[in-house]
Design a protein around this ligand. Sequence first.
Ligand code: GLY
Length: 362
Amino acid sequence: MTNLSVNIKSNEKSYPIFIEDEDKALLKEKILSFVEGRNFLVIISEKVEKLYGKTLKFPKENVFILKDGEKEKNFNNYKKITERALKMKLTRKDAFIAIGGGVVGDLTGFAASTYMRGIDFIQVPTTLLACVDSSVGGKTAIDTDYGKNLVGTFYQPKAVFINPNFLKTLDERQFKTGLGEVVKYSFIEKSCKCEEDLNLTNFLSEKAEMIVNRDERVLSKLIEICVKLKISVVEKDEKEGGLRRILNFGHTYGHAIEKITKYKKYTHGEAIVEGMKFAFNLAVKRNLIDKNYKFLAEDVIKKFNFVDIPEFDMEKMIELMQMDKKATFDKIVFILPTDYSTVEAFELDSNCLLYTSDAADD
Ligand code: GLY
């Protein structure tokens, strides 16, 4: 078992992250001992409930089943969860438990942060993306008609229980979307300022086949490396005042791809992989890196066979990128590579992107 912890010094918040490939019944015991003596509401993904509900055996009256899909991260489900908790008479001393992917975690976290002005919540991520990214760091959200994650809070969980065994049954596309975020960490590793030298790029090169074949030990190690990098960033900048922005590498252009295709055609991971390729091209055009690094990065990406995404009309993409939460007036924030495994934030004038509109061709 790997025990990590997140320590946010500015407000003395700290919580454990357990990574263990254990029996689901044992996992349930550990979760229950964490909430001992308190009432709780489990919010679980429908798919996960179908696969593991009988093993986890939480009492029916304590379970809220959430349908799968990004469109479920909405106001209506937020209302249903909080009203269910009210009906159960949960108090501030009780807890919410999120079991599922990013949608379940983000929505539960948001509900937890507002229920009675804040109730404890526990993250039990069951997708690769949730294990390496969304379950750690306290970003909570719901989607609106105006865009994804536009309503949300920073609210840290009380504990994260990661069990890589859930990934065995994850469908291939969902697994790949998580790999998109994993690959991202390799390109930002040095900027994460982690005290330990984790060398994720080497790990990915050496173990690519075992990762694709979902070797449990290799996946556990991979998750551990990514979580350590994420902890290092979040501990230094909980609320994205500066450093945390690097976690958005590939996301500026990636979010625009998701928006232009109405969140239907490509998964988040697929879109951000294309966003990272765009960022590498842009960095070459702006003389931030040499072409050799870009080719090396493309080789790492190729190892995982992500889908190819075609180019879109650059003017429309700029318009969408300007609507991003991080954009200011006519400036668009881009995280760009400046050296091996190193990135920096740049505020770019949207006009200068037009002159690099062939960037994705390179
Ligand atoms: N998913 C990016 C972050 O947690 O900041």
